[in-house]
Design a protein around this ligand. Structure first.
Ligand SMILES: Cc1ncc(COP(=O)(O)O)c(C=O)c1O
Length: 397
């Protein structure tokens, strides 16, 4: 495939001139991708351990996904939920079939924040109550209700004035939840592994205790699986997995990796919650559009075909073993390919050192934690490249 000849500086200057500067960007102009690799406009290649912002779970441009999109694009790009579609029917059936059996219906939307807004709305409709408990350190998106549910310092503040109806509890501390879980509470919503906070996971008993509390008090339990869903932890979902003591919430929200890069979000709900949702209660023009639905089915099929869940488990073990050799690593948090590598010192210079060695990783709101969210097809050889580069980046500090 021909590379463009446009120099990096020209591309960057043009973006800076015409796009709002809302993100601190890496000095990389991504032009094409292949699996775990990103190729730049100037012909360099980068190992992408950030998975295109946790989106490219199947890897960049997985051939099965690309072929499905091509085929769908030639047939029908879009029609809304005002018509039936075999493409949508297949995606919904496939997604539900992989989820814990209690989650029987899907609502499709376009992003993680939208999935969370709709999940909270469903919980309010279902219970007739208004308040939602979320957790310190959790991130749920940037639209009004989702950002108000986000108790992660600077993010919540961006959304001021926050909408009412949000109460915070301490992640991992069931006592702090019990204290505020009164009869005004419609839902308890959490990232089962808090990613942005530095990849924090609770004891498995915490998830069980939350389920019990919700059952006792008629509260809807929502897992925001925008990051943990679609295979990232080595299971299809955190919901129902051993890490969460097999607990299944009433609603799971998804986005990011669900469409391999085509924007799509979803809420998976139980039959009980679904039974209260009527025509016109929820809606979105683009949700369930054919291109996105073709992406969902192909994404799920690609993960199955390439046995990526097994790969995540095997390669995670190798990565953890290799990281034991790195003296400055004090802990490795998380599960599967949602990992937080904690250093004795700040992670930002290491992130920068890795970037100079053409490896993309992520930081977090925890200063010493480097986040890894690679495509689910990452191999042990690529882990070795990373660990060698990490040692060299650390040595240079
Ligand atoms: C856990 C979690 N929930 C929700 C969101 C919001 O998703 P989106 O950016 O697609 O609106 C994100 C995005 O990073 C996320 O990590």
């Amino acid at each position: 495939m021909a590379e463009t000849t446009t120099p990096f500086d020209e591309i960057a200057a043009s973006e800076e001139q015409f796009q709002l500067a809302t993100y601190k960007k890496m000095p990389v102009a991504a032009e094409r991708g292949d699996g775990v690799w990103i190729y730049t406009s100037e012909g360099d290649r980068y190992l992408d351990l950030y998975g295109g912002h946790a989106v490219c779970g199947t890897g960049h441009c997985h051939p099965h996904v690309v072929a499905a999109l091509r085929e769908q694009a030639e047939k029908l790009l879009f029609y809304s939920n005002l018509v039936y579609s075999e493409t949508r029917a297949r995606a919904a059936k496939k997604l539900v079939s992989l989820a814990p059996s209690q989650l029987t219906k899907a609502f499709f939307c376009n992003s993680g924040t939208e999935a969370n807004e709709n999940a909270m709305r469903m919980a309010r409709m279902f219970t007739g109550r208004e308040n939602v408990i979320t957790f310190s350190g959790g991130f749920h998106g940037r639209t009004a209700d989702a950002i108000s549910a986000t108790f992660l310092g600077k993010y919540r503040d961006i959304g001021k004035p926050n909408v009412p109806g949000h109460i915070a509890a301490e992640f991992g501390n069931i006592g702090s939840v019990r204290e505020v879980a009164d009869d005004t509470i419609a839902a308890i919503m959490l990232e089962p592994i808090q990613s942005m906070a530095g990849v924090r996971m609770a004891e498995s008993s915490f998830y069980r205790d939350l389920r019990t509390l919700c059952d006792e008090r008629g509260i809807v339990l929502i897992y925001d699986e925008v990051q943990t869903g679609i295979g990232r932890t080595g299971d299809w979902f955190f919901a129902g997995s051993a890490a969460g003591d097999g607990v299944v919430p009433d609603i799971v929200t998804l986005a990011k990796a669900l469409g391999s890069g085509v924007p799509v979000g979803a809420c998976l709900v139980t039959e009980t919650v679904a039974s209260k949702i009527k025509e016109n209660d929820l809606g979105t023009t683009f949700g369930g559009g054919m291109l996105a639905m073709a992406a969902v089915t192909a994404t799920l099929e690609a993960i199955e075909m390439d046995q990526m869940l097994q790969n995540v488990k095997t390669v995670e073990t190798h990565l953890r073993e290799r990281l034991k050799e790195v003296e400055q690593v004090v802990a490795v948090h998380g599960k599967g390919f949602l990992l937080g590598v904690e250093f004795a010192d700040k992670a930002a210079p290491i992130h920068q050192g890795l970037l100079e060695r053409k490896i993309i990783t992520g930081t977090s709101s925890s200063a010493n934690v480097l986040r890894l969210l690679p495509p689910l097809c990452l191999k042990t050889e690529e882990v070795d490249l990373f660990v060698n580069a990490l040692e060299s980046a650390i040595a240079e500090q």
